[in-house]
Design a protein around this ligand. Structure first.
Ligand code: SF4
Length: 322
């Protein structure tokens, strides 16, 4: 494993039982995350995109072991997270954090900002009472909140400010790796850029590594260094931001990019259109999961699963013809 790799995900799979027999025997599964392997480098932002239901949130939560994966390895700084016992994993949680989509839902309306941000310090019993308050004030300043707002409640804040509270709480334990799950989707367009810029600033100041999950390719392009594209639980393409947007290899990525409005003069459409619905993850298609919607599908596509291969340096794609 390269020294620069913070987290190596190997063959990660998460299945949910969708139907049981009368005697409780599983009859069918939802294949939410299907054999995902990728590395996340220190200090980078890895964007994860795909349509709703593609498994990107399940991937993020499985990586943090907030959902227990069905199989696979999660090598974090050389240690397999799945091999840690409850106490070791609790200790590891200080380094691994999650920022949710809806800041209002993730903040207890009966707690003040001070108590909300301080909660992780209380849970891990870190510092004296005064030291904890000092730390909260430091975090509030860092995310652009003022000391006077300390004793207010979540409903007194705007959506953007509430997400700042969530971010302050997520970084108060000085984590190394943060999964940001659609952190700006619930915000007004006018404040999205502010929150994205705040995340970028914090990353530079505190040497954070992000996995940034979003269905919005424009948002992911703005914040990410590299991007993984997911389809029905599998990663179908992984590349640097520039390579993915300028020279996408996978037909699904091309179709997703096609759906973005064209702000740049001279940028041309590839003509690739995404048709039909996403197949059910309970009974995914054989071979390449995308073959039921792909205009380039050939016989082999329904028979053999294309592996994620490095077609160009650093540019991975799972397509028989890429
Ligand atoms: Fe399309 Fe076949 Fe490539 Fe899948 S493997 S994306 S079906 S061409």
């Amino acid at each position: 494993m390269s020294d620069n790799v913070l987290l190596s995900v190997k063959h990660l799979t998460k299945n949910y039982v969708s139907k049981k027999s009368f005697f409780g025997k599983p009859l069918s599964y939802v294949h939410a995350v299907d054999d995902v392997s990728l590395d996340i480098f220190r200090g980078e932002t890895l964007g994860v995109v795909g349509e709703s239901g593609c498994g990107k949130s399940t991937l993020g939560r499985s990586i943090l072991r907030l959902i227990e994966p069905t199989s696979g390895e999660l090598i974090y700084n050389g240690k397999d997270l799945r091999g840690l016992n409850k106490e070791e994993m609790r200790e590891m949680r200080k380094k691994l954090q999650l920022i949710f989509q809806d800041p209002y839902a993730s903040l207890n309306p009966r707690m003040t900002v001070l108590d909300l941000i301080k909660a992780p310090l209380d849970v891990f019993n870190i510092g004296t009472h005064d030291e904890r308050i000092e730390r909260v004030l430091e975090m509030m300043k860092l995310v652009g909140l003022t000391e006077e707002q300390m004793n207010r409640y979540p409903h007194e804040f705007s959506g953007g400010q509430r997400q700042r509270i969530v971010i302050a709480r997520a970084i108060i334990l000085s984590p190394e790796f943060v999964v940001c799950d659609e952190p700006v989707s619930a915000l007004d367009v006018s404040v999205r850029a502010q929150v994205l810029n705040l995340l970028k600033e914090l990353q530079a100041k505190r040497n954070l590594t992000y996995m940034f999950i979003s269905h919005d390719l424009s948002v992911v392009k703005y914040i990410s260094d590299r991007i993984a594209v997911m389809y029905l639980g599998r990663v179908v393409e992984l590349a640097t931001k520039d390579a993915l947007y300028d020279t996408p290899l996978h037909p699904y990525t091309k179709a997703l990019l096609e759906a973005i409005p064209l702000p740049e003069v001279g940028r041309k459409r590839s003509g690739m259109q995404l048709e039909g619905d996403v197949p059910s993850p309970i009974n995914p298609p054989s071979g390449c999961y995308f073959h039921t919607r792909c205009p380039y599908a050939k016989d082999i596509c329904s028979k053999e699963k294309p592996e994620l291969k490095e077609g160009r340096p650093g540019h991975w794609c799972a397509c028989h013809f890429a």
